[in-house]
Design a protein around this ligand. Structure first.
Ligand code: ATP
Ligand code: LTN
Length: 340
């Protein structure tokens, strides 16, 4: 029986995902990604990392980056990731990520990297620092995923293109040598994969948006959340109806739907004859209730640094033991002399 259990455990499919410690996590990160990590953690072998090496592609204040990396790890747990089920770790603690990136760099084309939307966006946002790391960013992401032979990568809509590149690089490597990497699938939620900015609802909500009113952070106070929703940009219409031509109100409806479990049709019916003011109050109440338990747990977890450090150390050890096997295989296949 014990043996049987062990065999079943080994057969669990693998999930990997990560977030950059570029700021506090926000509602879009929770709805687009973290919420699904929690759903999957029981059926999958899970690896969730804080991608601090990725964050270096944009200039960081060192002390802040260090603090934020722990903040993000604590938010994973506050959002429901169970460190007993999933390996939670800091990317730079597992040096195999950087090592595999180098090899995969030799399997990625200049053309395909330059077509990445995130590269184009970040290069224009940081035109004073268009560094090579920004360009090869998706290759480091491919290494994150392929090291663990991940089957599924739960992310928001914006990462679809990076997943496609990861699959292409993996297929190219497998074809050139022999099957080495599992080809991963993205998991993008049908609803909530792209939460929009509250100030410019045609742009995605982002944790690095300089406009503070655009983003709801998971550690915002109830008052901050209410104020941001009250000031959210809508349009000159008056009805509460989902319509792609009205991105502001449609975004609020999507947020309301996810935080309450109501369908869009329910919402349209409930708010028939009512205006934006009433609707915004209801959305604010729902988001406050959704975020509050995360914020409260976060404050508890973040205040116990020794425990958080222990969880990250344990996570890195588990991650390293898997990553090491893949990297060794890759080094051997490409013809590097084995380390003794
Ligand atoms: P930055 O603004 O610093 O580039 P970000 O807020 O876009 O960061 P990431 O760390 O790049 O966040 O992303 C973490 C996860 O959250 C990814 O899976 C990403 O797809 C998802 N995500 C980010 N923004 C949104 C959004 N607006 N809606 C849904 N999911 C999102
Ligand atoms: N590129 C992603 C963050 C990220 C990631 C990953 C996501 C880095 N490595 C591996 C999933 C799997 C982003 O910008 N959101």
């Amino acid at each position: 029986m014990a043996m049987e259990n062990q065999a079943n455990e080994q057969k669990k499919p693998v999930i990997l995902s990560g977030m950059q410690p570029t700021n506090d996590l926000m509602l879009g990160n929770m709805i687009g990604a973290l919420r699904n990590w929690v759903v999957f953690q029981q059926q999958y072998e899970c690896y969730f990392c804080v991608v601090d090496l990725h964050a270096l592609t944009v200039r960081q204040v060192p002390a802040e980056l260090r603090r934020r990396s722990l903040d993000v790890a604590a938010t994973y747990i506050a959002g429901g990731v169970d460190p007993k089920q999933a390996a939670i770790f800091i990317q730079s603690h597992v040096s195999e990520h950087a090592e595999l990136t180098w090899v995969l760099n030799t399997f990625a084309g200049m053309g395909e990297c330059s077509r990445m939307t995130q590269f184009k966006d970040k290069s224009s946002q940081h035109s004073d620092n268009v560094n090579v790391g920004l360009f090869t960013y998706p290759i480091l992401m491919a290494a994150d995923i392929l090291l663990y032979q991940a089957n599924l990568v739960p992310v928001g809509e914006d990462q679809k293109q990076h997943l496609e590149l990861t699959r292409n690089v993996a297929e190219r490597f497998n074809f050139h040598y022999s099957p080495t990497f599992t080809i991963p699938e993205p998991f993008i939620p049908q609803s909530g994969g792209r939460i929009m900015s509250l100030q410019e609802p045609t742009k995605k909500m982002s944790k690095s948006d300089p406009n503070a009113g655009a983003t709801i952070f998971l550690i915002d106070s109830d008052d901050q959340i209410r104020n941001k929703i009250k000031r959210a940009v809508t349009d000159s219409g008056t009805t509460i109806q989902y319509d792609e031509a009205r991105p502001g109100v449609s975004n609020l409806m999507e947020i309301y739907s996810i935080t309450t479990g109501k369908t869009v049709a329910d919402i349209e019916r409930d708010f028939e004859g009512k205006g934006y003011a009433d609707f915004k109050i209801a959305v604010a109440d729902a988001v406050v209730e959704y975020v509050k338990p995360v914020r409260e747990r976060y404050n508890e977890i973040r205040s116990d640094v020794p425990e958080l450090t222990r969880i990250l150390q344990e996570g890195a050890e588990k991650a390293r033991s898997t990553a090491r096997k893949t990297l060794r295989k890759v080094y051997k296949k490409v013809g590097l002399v084995e380390r003794t």
